[in-house]
Design a protein around this ligand. Structure first.
Ligand SMILES: Nc1ncnc2c1ncn2[C@@H]1O[C@H](COP(=O)(O)OP(=O)(O)OP(=O)(O)O)[C@@H](O)[C@H]1O
Ligand SMILES: [Mg+2]
Length: 214
C-alpha cells in the first residue's frame, strides 16, 4: 500500500501531513516506511531531531527512482508514505502514478485551490487512464471559517472528494516538529493528535471500502 502526499503548491502541509500520519500508524503498530522524496529533506531533517519521529523508518530518496523504492518497500505488504516536493517533476509524477491513495493537502485559499487543480489535472491525464483513489485534505484551517466552508463546497462542486476531517491551524504542529516529533508523540489525547487520528482513520476507511469493492 502506497500513500503519496502531493500537490504542486509549496507550504500546503505535505510534510506535516505525511509525518503525522506515519507517526500515528507507527504508534498503532503498523510500522510504515516514510519516504522523503523532496530534495529540501524536510522529513530527514525532522527525523534527525531529538524525538526522531518516534522511530518511524525514514528513507531518503529524492532521485528519479523514488517510486521504485516505494514499490520495493511496499512489495512485502508494508505501508509506505511518500512526501513529495511542491513542484512538478518526473519523479513527482512517478510517485503519484505509484500511489494506491493520493492525498492532496490544500489550504483554504483560492490561490492554493488553483494550484491544487493542476495536480488533479495530472491525475486525470494519466496515459493508462487509471485514476488512483484520491482525496483532498483541508489543512491549516480555522474552525468553522467561512472560507474553509466555501472552498469545501467549491471542491465538491468540481467533483473533487474532500475528507470530512481537517487539519486545523495549530501551533502544536510546528512546536512538535521542534523536537522532531508530531502531536501524537507529545500528547496522544490532545486536540491535534485527535484530528490526526480522525484523518488517518478516514483514510483507512476509504481504503478499506475500496479494497472491499475490488
Ligand atoms: N496544521 C498546521 N497548523 C500550523 N502550522 C502548520 C500546519 N501544517 C503545517 N504547518 C506549518 O506550515 C509550514 C509548511 O508546512 P509543511 O512544511 O508541512 O508544508 P509542505 O507542503 O511540505 O511545504 P513544501 O512544499 O515546502 O515541502 C511549516 O512551517 C509547518 O510547520
Ligand atoms: Mg514539504
Amino acid at each position: 500500500m502506497i500513500i503519496t502526499v502531493a500537490t504542486m503548491k509549496g507550504g500546503s502541509g505535505k510534510s506535516t501531513v505525511a509525518s503525522c500520519l506515519a507517526v500515528y500508524w507507527h504508534l498503532r503498530g503498523r510500522h510504515p516506511s516514510l519516504i522523503d522524496a523532496d530534495p529540501q529533506r524536510s522529513i530527514v531533517r525532522l527525523a534527525a531531531r531529538e524525538r526522531a519521529l518516534g522511530g518511524v523508518a525514514v528513507v531518503e530518496d529524492a532521485t528519479e527512482d523514488a517510486s521504485k523504492t516505494a514499490r520495493r518497500l511496499a512489495s512485502g505488504g508494508g505501508l509506505v508514505i511518500i512526501d513529495t516536493p511542491g513542484f512538478r517533476s518526473r519523479m513527482t509524477l512517478d510517485c503519484i502514478a505509484a500511489a494506491d491513495f493520493l492525498l492532496v493537502p490544500v489550504k483554504p485559499s483560492p490561490f492554493d485551490v488553483d494550484r491544487m487543480l493542476d495536480t488533479i489535472g495530472i491525475l486525470t491525464d494519466r496515459p493508462d487512464g487509471r485514476r488512483p483513489v484520491f482525496r483532498c485534505l483541508l489543512t491549516q484551517t480555522t474552525r468553522d471559517s467561512v472560507i474553509a466552508k466555501h472552498i469545501r463546497s467549491e471542491l465538491a462542486e468540481a467533483g473533487l472528494p474532500v475528507l470530512t476531517s481537517e487539519m486545523t491551524n495549530r501551533v502544536a504542529y510546528p512546536e512538535a516538529s521542534l523536537w522532531g516529533a508530531t502531536p501524537s508523540l507529545i500528547s496522544w489525547k490532545g486536540p491535534a493528535a485527535k484530528e490526526i487520528a480522525a484523518i488517518a482513520d478516514e483514510v483507512d476507511m476509504v481504503l478499506g471500502a475500496q479494497q472491499a469493492a475490488a
